[in-house]
Design a protein around this ligand. Structure first.
Ligand code: ADP
Length: 467
């Protein structure tokens, strides 16, 4: 199985890895640059030292043509201590002073010591004994020359090596400090990233266990984590709503079924016990209760179809007036039978909508108007258009809805007057479905009503935009 790491350790490790690589690169580059510059500096210093030496020697050539050999010896012995093997020769080729003649063994030792020093520190260093020849002038005249033998092309004396070592020690200390600092920063950054994510994970786990009221309340200062938090909170909210809805639906359904079922039960028990005779009237009551249960089941099936958030709409462009005329034609006989006048007025209004579902809206509104309008009343359907909306109006001269009921009529299972609607047989679902359909289309449904005067429903549907 693939090994899993925690976000914190993964981040810390990556941070340390990056820090180590950077440190390694910085130290290698610094070292290279420093050594190169220092090497150039040492070569230049060596060359300068040689010239100063020649100038010192030339000062001991007298105007009388004689060399001050004592002073020259002092100068040359001093130079030998610094690793320079000197030979001073006059214009005639006669040796004035020669370090090798003076003490050849010491010369060999000094050169061997220098080779050892350099090879110890730089095993790949390729150097050797070199000799340079510098002319000595008295005025314009060349009076001899100085041969300087040393270890070349460059040589680090003890002071130079101490300098290089101290620089290296400094680099190492800076490196260790930087590593320590990057470890601290890395741990801090990993912590600041993983803590909020862990918090989101805990909330998600709580949600998975059914604790939908849990939320991430901490403010997140990282954009992506803040987005994740919002998404999780939104998910919890949706689930919480769904759960509340589910619970309410279950209890509402149980409540709705209880009355007709217990009525049926008591009727049938009375008949079985011989208290009641199963005459046609009593059987008709039983039949009515069964019809009520059937209607309720039918309504519930419709509700599940229409009331989901992701209702699928098959949108087409059609004329709302034509649709209304067709439906009115079908429903008109029922209205006439009840003694209600059904009228239509309106012009062509094209909408982009789901035709079947909009038909359902009108059927629901009209069947309510029929149910709650007494004989002799008038029901009017009107289609109008504004710039953005097509307006469908269903107005009746029915019993109206009281102001205390008006805000609730779109709620599921809500009936304005329990005893009254029990007779009419509505379960309080029709308007919930109607509102669900209208809102799924991006539209609005409004209602105005006055008890005893009538009710007016206005449906606003977004119009088909001309491209
Ligand atoms: P129902 O199936 O009970 O008619 P609805 O959801 O369609 O359920 O309506 C909810 C309630 O709103 C109804 O019970 C009724 O009291 C009230 N209502 C709806 N339409 C009208 C109307 N046109 N006139 C009077 N009351 C109405």
């Amino acid at each position: 199985m693939k090994r899993r790491y925690s976000l914190r350790s993964k981040l810390s490790l990556s941070y340390v890895f990056v820090a180590l690589i950077s440190l390694f690169l910085i130290s290698v580059i610094t070292n290279l640059l420093l050594e190169n510059h220092f090497k150039d500096y040492v070569i230049e210093k060596q060359e300068q030292g040689n010239r100063e030496l020649v100038s010192l020697v030339s000062q001991h050539y007298g105007p009388d043509g004689a060399w001050n050999t004592d002073s020259i010896e002092k100068i040359c012995l001093n130079a030998l201590g610094q690793g320079k093997v000197i030979r001073v020769v006059d214009a005639a080729g006669e040796v004035i002073w020669d370090a090798r003649l003076h003490d050849n063994t010491l010369c060999q030792q000094i050169i061997a010591q220098m080779a050892r020093n350099m090879n110890e520190r730089y095993p790949n260093w390729q150097g050797g004994y070199v000799e340079e020849r510098y002319p000595v002038f008295s005025g314009e005249r060349e009076v001899g020359h100085v041969e300087i033998g040393y270890y070349g092309p460059y040589y680090y004396n003890d002071r130079d090596l101490a300098f290089i070592n101290s620089i290296n020690r400094l680099l190492v200390s800076v490196g260790i400090f930087a590593l320590f600092l990057s470890l601290l920063v890395g741990a801090f950054m990993a912590r600041s990233l993983s803590t909020p994510i862990s918090r989101v994970i805990t909330t998600a786990q709580m949600i998975a266990k059914g604790y939908y009221q849990d939320r991430v309340t901490e403010a997140m200062n990282i954009h992506e984590i803040a987005q994740l938090t919002t998404a999780i909170n939104h998910l919890a909210e949706t689930l919480e709503k769904q759960e509340a809805l589910r619970k309410r639906l279950t209890s509402d359904v149980a409540h709705e079924l209880r009355t007709p079922l217990s009525t049926l039960q008591s009727y049938l028990e009375a008949m079985l016990d011989g208290i009641w005779h199963p005459d046609p009237e009593r059987l008709k009551s039983c039949h009515e209760e069964i019809l009520r249960i059937n209607r309720l089941v039918e309504d519930l099936a419709q509700l599940t179809r229409y009331e989901s958030d992701n209702m699928i709409l098959v949108k087409t462009a059609f004329d709302l007036s034509t649709l209304c005329r067709g439906i009115i034609k079908n429903l008109e006989p029922g209205f006439r039978q009840k003694g209600i006048t059904l009228r239509f007025s309106g012009e062509e209004e094209t909408v982009l909508a789901d035709k079947d579902k909009i038909s359902q809206v009108l059927i629901n509104l009209l069947s309510n108007a029929e149910k709650y309008t007494p004989p002799g009343g008038v029901v009017e359907v009107r289609v109008r258009g504004s710039a953005d909306f097509a307006e469908l109006q269903v107005k009746d001269t029915g019993i109206g809805i009281g102001p205390e009921d008006l805000p609730h009529i779109f709620e599921r299972f809500y009936r304005a007057d329990q005893s009254r609607t029990r007779l009419t047989g509505g379960a309080g679902i029709g308007l919930t479905i109607t509102k669900g359909i209208v809102e799924a289309h991006g539209g609005k449904i409004q209602v105005q009503s006055e008890v005893g005067q009538g009710t007016e429903f206005i449906v606003l549907l977004p119009k088909k935009k001309n491209p």
